[in-house]
Design a protein around this ligand. Sequence first.
Ligand SMILES: Cc1ncc(C[n+]2csc(CCOP(=O)(O)OP(=O)(O)O)c2C)c(N)n1
Ligand SMILES: [Mg+2]
Length: 294
Amino acid sequence: MDFDLTDQKIIELEEKAVKARELVIETLVEAGSGHSAGPLGMADIFTALYFHILNHDPKNPEWSDRDRLILSNGHICPIRYVSMAQAGYFPIEELKTLRKLNSRLQGHPHRTALPGLETTSGPLGEGISQGIGVALAAGLDKKKYHTYIIAGDGELEEGNIWESIMFGGKNKMDNITLIIDRNNIQIDGFTEIVMPLEPLKNKFEAFNWEAFEVDGNNIRAFVDTIREARAVHEKPTVIIAHTIPGKGVDFMENDFRWHGNPPDIADVPGAPPKGQQGKVALDELRTLQGKIEK
Ligand SMILES: Cc1ncc(C[n+]2csc(CCOP(=O)(O)OP(=O)(O)O)c2C)c(N)n1
Ligand SMILES: [Mg+2]
């Protein structure tokens, strides 16, 4: 569990993360609906999790010793589906079915439809309690797996989140790591305007969690922080991952209007016209792919 990263592995992960962003854009354009900003911002973290951190087996999704990854902010599932497809849970081709009738890839994750999902999510605020339940079960079953939970920053406005944080601290649950997508946006504005969260790290510390902050778009820094978090005993850990919503697509970056819009169908001032946004985004991402330092 040292999570050591060679320079070669970093390059591979960075390339895979850009490819993941391309697949997110293609998938959303095909679906004609869905969220853009969150999935693009979290591509580096999902790539690091699925291709370096998680102990999992795409060919055996129900393996009882697998690490659990609970996605509380279910609306960013396009990036989870993309990472799962890249990892071999299902064919890349199936991404084209996102949000289609009878698809296994619903607009919000549907656990029983798709092996490899741990929960059904979409209604915000539930995933930390669920993750804590799973982690308690690990203790009862004497299992060594780790439970990772991803939640949005705007999602932290849900009151029951703080009940679960209180519970995790009280019970010294060192088999969970919560990753917050601290992208500063929520559905209709900036978090610090809608409902300020800062000082966020201090809040977690006050609830007896070991809290870390990291650049969530820096794969090496993120992996290093996971290593530190996994070394903590007798406390739950939280990683406040600062990400750029829309990362990689210039006209989407840091703009909450891309929270829930897919490319091509919305008139967003300052963005390319409808119908051209997907192509502009893909051109930019393909250029980025060529710029990764070898
Ligand atoms: C209980 C509940 N209330 C409202 C919503 C609608 N909703 C979906 S995403 C979202 C914004 C959440 O903000 P954040 O977690 O920061 O997501 P981001 O915009 O960064 O992707 C809201 C209000 C929901 N899914 N569930
Ligand atoms: Mg957010």
